[in-house]
Design a binder for this molecule. Structure first.
Ligand code: SAM
Length: 240
């Protein structure tokens, strides 16, 4: 990582109230791994150092706003892609176990290789679909938090994410600006699957100023056994 990239990482993290002094080497190593792997496999459209530092690393760390992950033992990252937000969060929180999940094997192959290379023993990546894991007794109600960034509309996230949460757990969705219509549909879907939207936190991404929203859905009751519906249905026929 260049001195300029490191300065952006430090500045972005500082604006989020985070100190990354001890984590800079891990982020620098992750940057190298991502840039190198991206020359062989198409993992991410972001290719320049400032873009990766700000739009992947710092943006992933913005998931920590509001302390919604505090005290979580097991966190699943639904639709992690090349490991975002899971890998930056795992670098920052070594005592929390992260399960980056994606249906695309080549992405999870990268996440596994990166976690091994960085010595992140708190990462256990999984290839699969959220619809399948949500029905698997090894994963249903198995997590304290679901995180997800740029994966789907809020009603779809509610159906895919709430089955994976323990009672009292929280889904933390990282999105850009959200419309009132999507939010309303998300509230209705959350109620249908045993949850309630408790936080809508609009903010701007450090340094760049792009609009972002963190949405928290708390699991307030059991998710009916019929959810999640079979693979693809939540996307094709959202609950609301
Ligand atoms: N979260 C990453 C990020 O912010 O860079 C990746 C975002 S990418 C736009 C969405 C990812 O979600 C894709 O890699 C896709 O394969 C995955 N995905 C979408 N629906 C999924 C599902 N039902 N189960 C598992 N993965 C899913």
């Amino acid at each position: 990582m260049t001195p300029e990239g490191e300065a952006l990482l430090r500045q972005g993290a500082a604006e989020l109230g985070l100190n990354v002094d001890t984590q800079v080497p891990a982020f620098a190593a992750l940057l190298d791994l991502l840039v190198e792997a991206n020359t062989r496999v198409n993992l991410t459209a972001l290719k320049t150092e400032p873009d990766i530092v700000l739009k992947h690393f710092v943006d992933s760390l913005s998931c920590l706003r509001g302390g919604h992950l505090d005290g979580a033992g097991r966190v699943i990252d639904l639709g992690t892609g090349a490991g975002f937000p899971a890998l930056p969060l795992a670098i920052m929180a070594p005592d929390t176990t992260f399960t980056p999940l994606d249906s695309i094997r080549k992405k999870i192959d990268f996440v596994r290789a990166a976690a091994a290379s960085l010595g992140l023993t708190n990462v256990t990546a999984q290839v699969g679909r959220a619809e399948t894991l949500g029905r698997d007794p090894d994963h249903r109600e198995g997590y304290d938090r679901v995180v997800c960034r740029a994966v789907a509309a809020l009603p779809i996230l509610a159906e895919l994410g709430l089955p994976l949460l323990k009672p009292g757990g929280r889904l933390v969705a990282q999105k850009g600006p959200i419309s009132e219509a999507e939010l309303q549909a998300g509230r209705q879907a959350a109620a249908e699957v045993g949850g309630r939207v408790t936080v809508v936190d609009a903010f701007t991404l450090p340094v760049l100023g792009d609009a972002r929203t963190l949405i928290v859905i708390e699991k307030t009751g059991p998710t009916p056994a019929k959810y999640p519906r079979r693979e693809g249905v939540p996307n094709q026929q959202p609950l609301f």
